[in-house]
Design a protein around this ligand. Structure first.
Ligand code: SAM
Length: 304
């Protein structure tokens, strides 16, 4: 699948989009309803340099861009970045920058970021393992990588739903809570519908597979969210980047099967977290090309 196809796909319905009359307070309230978003925010140092790869319309970047942090949101789709930059301007957020780039040839300095966050993106690239290698280089040695992916088990209920949707010519899509919640927001409903049901490229991954990607890039595995450790107590503030108490393959599989019930209704996305090792081998394509610091209030720069 060419990057032009993916760009066109998301240009038609930038993901996830903003509700009408959105505000910074409403954006923060929405994000804080997510335990994961709160834990992520609490685990990132107040002066960290953060990269969100595949930021879409930029909600997580804007949520994280407070205090002395600098947050760079990068995406292939200019239409999404324009919405992100526009929201940053309306909400008065000056610590977020948005750049147009293909993550497979990142125009960013290797090792430049304390935290690299990439959710809902790698599984839409033709070779997710190679895409992971490309973004792993962007974290500094000792920095943290946070990667959200469709889980091979947890995605099963969604695939059944999608089969029903296709069989009925998309007239009936059963049991999708996001579609139901967005009934009054046509643009965001369409963005979800296309992303979840009509995407031209989708892969699904097990934890064992992602752990292999980590090892190949010298990234130490820390944990998943939700946890694969059975009956692990809820994470405390600031502990999202702490290593899990255990990493037992059998338990990992059992928990992932269980996610079919707990995560399956909303698409089956799980998050894997690791710590970057050293050294980083700079990619030939990205050597010496530093980011174009498009300001949050101006349009992102065209691709090189
Ligand atoms: C499902 S959206 C996720 C957006 C955001 N991360 C979120 O969770 O709301 C996937 C995003 O990945 C971007 N994307 C896909 N392939 C990419 C690539 N090769 N380089 C950079 N961004 C890419 C798309 O443009 C799109 O905005």
């Amino acid at each position: 699948m060419s990057d032009g196809t993916i760009r066109d796909f998301y240009s038609a319905a930038p993901f996830p989009g903003y509700p009408p009359r959105d505000s910074y307070a409403a954006l923060r309230a929405r994000a804080e309803r997510s335990t994961f978003a709160r834990l992520l925010d609490e685990a990132i140092a107040p002066d960290a340099t953060v990269l969100e790869v595949g930021c879409g319309t930029g909600q997580m970047s804007l949520f994280l861009a407070h205090g002395d942090r600098l947050v760079v949101g990068a995406d292939l789709t200019r239409a999404s970045l324009l919405l992100a930059a526009d929201a940053a301007r309306r909400f008065g957020i000056g610590r977020a920058r948005f750049v147009e780039m293909d993550l497979r040839a990142p125009a960013l300095r290797p090792g430049a970021f304390d935290v690299v966050y990439c959710s809902g993106v790698l599984h839409h690239t033709p070779d997710p393992a190679a895409s992971f290698r490309a973004i792993a280089r962007l974290a500094r040695p000792g920095g943290v990588l946070v990667v959200g992916l469709y889980n091979a088990y947890a995605r099963i209920p969604h695939r059944v739903r999608r089969a029903v949707a296709r069989l009925t010519g998309f007239r009936w899509i059963p049991l999708d809570p996001v579609l139901r919640d967005r009934a009054g927001e046509p643009a965001r409903r369409l963005a979800w519908l296309r992303d979840q049901y009509r995407h031209p490229e989708e892969h699904r991954h097990t934890l064992a597979e992602v752990q292999r990607w980590f090892r190949a890039s010298g990234v130490a595995y820390l944990r998943t969210y939700p946890s694969t450790v059975i009956a692990e107590p809820p994470l405390e503030r600031g502990s999202l980047f702490a290593p899990a108490a255990d990493d037992w393959g059998f338990e990992n599989v059992l928990q992932q099967v269980g996610w079919s019930w707990t995560l399956g209704r909303e698409g089956g996305l799980f998050v894997v977290i690791g710590r970057a090792g050293e050294p980083h081998v700079p990619a030939t394509a990205s050597t010496g090309r530093t980011v174009c610091h498009a300001s949050a209030s101006s349009p992102p720069s065209p691709p090189p």
